[in-house]
Design a protein around this ligand. Structure first.
Ligand code: CA
Ligand code: CA
Length: 248
């Protein structure tokens, strides 16, 4: 009986998900990114100015939702790796940098915010990690049993995170230039999905997406590395994450 109830619950949940998560037609193929080794030290200060970053390919986010309003402000992102960490760097053009949340696991996605979703085991599409970080370097991290359960009690350890604002945070009357964010994530944080603490072997493919929430309601936009394909503005759809391949 219990299993029948469970099956009924799963069925009804699937219907809700299908209604809520509708994909657009004619989507482009998901992008692929070569994650290069960091040649030299990265100082996590929000400035993407180390020599190591100049070796990393740059991706620019797209704006999939034409119904959203507000300026389409450019975001460039890069990823690197070494034996200790995965590094992600963002540079966000932004004429008005606004972020209010200050505590771990606050809903930073309501601020000016950048995100990375990481699936270290692309053979499955049910589980991934999310890191959503606002322009004042507040971390909201979670494990997502997609789409049913988001566990924000998961807290990554030993990460480094910093932002740099080229302008004035939360001062609305002036014109800012933008902000940058760097995060270094030690490999051990991914071990539940990889079974290993060590860095991935060269050639390993994970999937990921990078996102940005920008602007102040009602003029707010979501942009992404890989278009999630959702009808409504929604970054979460693991089948549409891009591929990241770790190269030597
Ligand atoms: Ca730096
Ligand atoms: Ca958390």
């Amino acid at each position: 009986m219990q299993s029948r109830i469970a099956a009924l619950f799963l069925f009804s949940t699937a219907i809700i998900v299908a209604q809520d998560k509708q994909l657009r037609a004619d989507l482009p193929a998901v992008p692929r990114y070569e994650v290069k080794r960091a040649q030299g030290r990265i100082t996590v200060d929000g400035k993407i100015d180390e020599a190591a970053w100049s070796n990393a390919p740059v991706v620019e986010f797209v704006f999939p939702w034409a119904n959203q309003t507000g300026a389409k402000q450019k975001t460039r992102a890069r990823i690197l790796w070494d034996d200790q960490n995965l590094y992600v760097g963002y540079q966000a053009d932004d004429a008005d940098v606004v972020a209010h949340y200050t505590e771990r696991d606050d809903p930073t996605y309501k601020d000016d915010c950048v995100e990375i979703f990481i699936n270290p085991n692309p053979k499955q599409l049910e589980f991934y990690y999310g890191l959503e970080m606002n322009a004042r370097a507040v971390m909201y991290d979670y494990f997502y049993a997609f789409p049913k359960l988001l566990i924000k009690r998961l807290n990554f350890t030993n990460w480094q995170l910093a932002t740099f604002t080229d302008g004035t945070l939360n001062q609305r009357g002036d014109v800012d230039k933008g902000w940058g964010l760097e995060v270094a994530i030690p490999w051990e944080n991914f071990e539940e999905l990889t079974g290993k603490k060590t860095p991935p072997a060269a050639g390993t493919v994970w999937t990921a997406n990078m996102n940005r929430w920008d602007g102040v309601e009602p003029d707010r936009r979501l942009s992404q590395w890989s278009d999630s394909g959702m009808v409504r503005a929604d970054p979460h759809w693991p089948a549409r994450f891009g591929e990241i391949v770790f190269v030597k």
